[in-house]
Structures are given as structure tokens and as C-alpha cells.
Design a protein around this ligand. Sequence first.
Ligand code: ADP
Ligand code: MG
Length: 231
Amino acid sequence: MKAVSQIFNQVVREGRKHLLETEAKTVCVEYGIPVTKFEVAKNEAEAVKLADEIGYPVVLKIVSPDIIHKSDVGGVIVGLKTAKDVQNAYGQILQNVKKHKTDAKIVGVLVQEMAPPSTEVIVGAIKDPQFGPAVMFGLGGIFVEILKDVAFRVAPITEAEAREMISEVRAYPLLKGYRNLPPADVEAIVQILLDASRLVMEHQEIKELDLNPIMVYEKGAKTVDARIILE
Ligand code: ADP
Ligand code: MG
């Protein structure tokens, strides 16, 4: 895909390995993977204008090639409900980032649709030196991070394999709905796994893909944060 290759070429030209969230999400969109609506603001007034267009509540995030873990440096502020909130958050994010890394190159501030809370899943891919790209699935939060409750398949995966991956994790019953969480749209997850598989097969320069978290709803899903690392 041309748009995707262009992004990867530019990242390489700039001597980077990590895509910005904006770049990673653009790659996702090209492969049909749903993401939160986003635009980059270059100043406070622009951030307010974009928030109005996207619709409240919004999330603001730093866009910088020097900041990989955005929330670690106060580079993410969620739940902004008014223009005033956006103005305050804009200044706050720049201040937080500058305090942490004075010379960080700032591309802008990402204004993004706030995804309502729901069941969180993770879709990832890594490139194994022996087997090539492999696709990963798990449920968000403690399930992947603490319990390592994940399913892997060597790419490319079939639709049947995508379904197996989802049903074999121990947390699978949670996808049927739990307490205040609605049943999750498993078909939407299957589609994201297949699209992720296609992406890493067609772009062998990808070392790591991490869609984390993806909010899954009764109908549809939305990727909230996307990371891509090149070899
Ligand atoms: P980091 O670079 O620190 O991983 P993220 O983009 O993942 O930054 O943001 C940190 C956290 O903020 C996410 O894990 C998620 O809980 C929340 N978050 C970020 N963006 C959104 C969004 N658009 N909608 C809802 N929650 C979000
Ligand atoms: Mg994240």
C-alpha cells in the first residue's frame, strides 16, 4: 500500500524506528483497523477548533519523536469536556513534557475522540527471527501484563485461527459480558486480527505492532493507542 510505504520511508529517512501515534494510526486506517478520530493541533486555538469538530469529550496527547511513553511524562490528558478544558490541557501537556525533556522536539498536540470505557483487548504482532511475523491477542490490563494470558499464531492467520486465538485465552468468558460491561463484538476483533496479519505480512519491515488498548463495544471496536516499531 502506497500511503503506508510512504510513512515507513519517511520514518526511516528521519532516522527513527518508532512511528508517532498519528503515523501508526494512519497505517491502521489504511488496513481497515478502526481507530479513534484524531487531528494534530499546532496551537491552542487550533486544538479548540479541532475538539469542536471531533466532538466532546476529547483526549489531548503529545506528539513527539522523543516521547515514546506519553503518559509517563504527563503527555496524555483524558476526559476534556469543554473548550476551556482543552485550552488548559494544551498548555499543561507542553509544560509537563518540557519539564521532563527540555529539548524534546514537539510536532504538535493530538486532539482525539475519547473512546467510552468498555472491554479492552490487545492485538499485537512481533517478528520472530525464525518464524517471521506472529500475531498476538489478549484482553487488556492485568490479563496480558500480569497473567500473560495471550494467544499467538504465526502470520498469515486464517479467519478460523483468529477465532481460535480469541476463544483460547482464559479471559475469553469476559467477552460475553460481565457486570457493567456489554458483550463484546467478537466479529470486530476477528477482523482486526486478520487486518493486523495482512499488515505485518505485507510490511516485513515491521518489528513490533501494538494496538493497546482496543475498546470493544457491543457493535464495533476502536483502537485507542497504536505503536509500530520498525526493524
Ligand atoms: P502511552 O503512550 O502512555 O501508552 P496512551 O495513548 O496509551 O499513551 O494513553 C494512555 C491511556 O489513556 C490509555 O491506555 C487509555 O487508558 C487512555 N486513553 C488514551 N487515549 C484515549 C482515548 N482516545 N479514549 C479513551 N481513553 C484513552
Ligand atoms: Mg498506550
